[in-house]
Write a protein that binds this ligand. Structure first.
Ligand code: AMP
Length: 215
């Protein structure tokens, strides 16, 4: 999943993971869990996350390397929030050696829509699920009943930092991946159901590419 903050990567990654029965691997979720657990790595990461800065490539790559070494990803996985830099993308190519080709779903959403979405976003403080913005905000998570909170990094100034960092460090990945036959651009400015359908279509094409069939 490649796209700016607020593009819907987390929501769609969860849906795809459920649909295909494979794990979702979210570096943001793993970092927030480490921060909540109070590990040294987590506390250092928290300061960077709260200000909207990226954690180092070294930390992000180590997290994904460890996660992809587990058995449950053998039949596939959905990556959310990684890679975010060219250095991370190069490391991921190394990790993918000997596996099926990576499918890249580039989600495109106008910037003013992103700012509005992030400003309004509410997430569960317990399980991390994003609240459905089309439903009334009752303050509790529909998945686990935990309390809904606003992420510290969804503060307006921090959001603008994160969008700038995306432009500077992550948007170059479009150029890095775009010539691959398994790169797809998805219109993220439509309903979550319509985005999910577009992504499943792209993944079906990607599987044909992997099996050597015409697209
Ligand atoms: P996310 O939930 O994907 O928006 O990530 C929240 C924050 O976690 C980001 O703003 C970064 O501070 C940090 N983070 C998550 N993934 C990465 C990554 N691949 N590289 C560097 N920092 C990351």
């Amino acid at each position: 999943m490649l796209g700016p903050p607020g593009a819907g990567k987390g929501t769609q990654a969860s849906r795809l993971a459920r649909h295909y029965g494979v794990p979702k691997v979210s570096t943001g979720d793993i970092l927030r869990e480490s921060a909540a657990a109070g590990t040294a790595l987590g506390l250092e990461a928290k300061a960077r996350i709260d200000q909207g800065h990226l954690v180092s490539d070294e930390v992000a790559i180590a997290i994904v390397e460890e996660r992809l070494s587990r058995q449950d990803v053998a039949f596939g996985f959905i990556l959310d929030g990684f890679p975010r830099t060219v250095g991370q993308a190069e490391a991921l190519d190394g990790m993918m050696a000997g596996r099926s080709p990576l499918t890249v779903l580039h989600i495109v959403v106008p910037v003013e829509v992103l700012v509005g979405r992030l400003h309004a976003r509410r997430v569960c403080g317990t399980c991390g699920t994003n609240a459905d913005p089309t439903k009334p905000d009752l303050g509790v998570c529909a998945t686990c009943g935990g309390a809904l909170v606003t992420r510290a990094d969804d503060d307006e100034q921090v959001v603008r930092n994160r969008l700038q960092i995306y432009e500077d460090q992550t948007a170059p990945l479009v150029h890095y991946y775009r010539s691959r036959p398994t790169f797809f651009t998805i219109d993220g400015n439509q309903s979550p159901d319509a985005v999910a359908v577009a992504m499943q279509g792209a993944l079906a094409s990607a599987m044909s590419v992997a099996q050597g069939e015409p697209r």
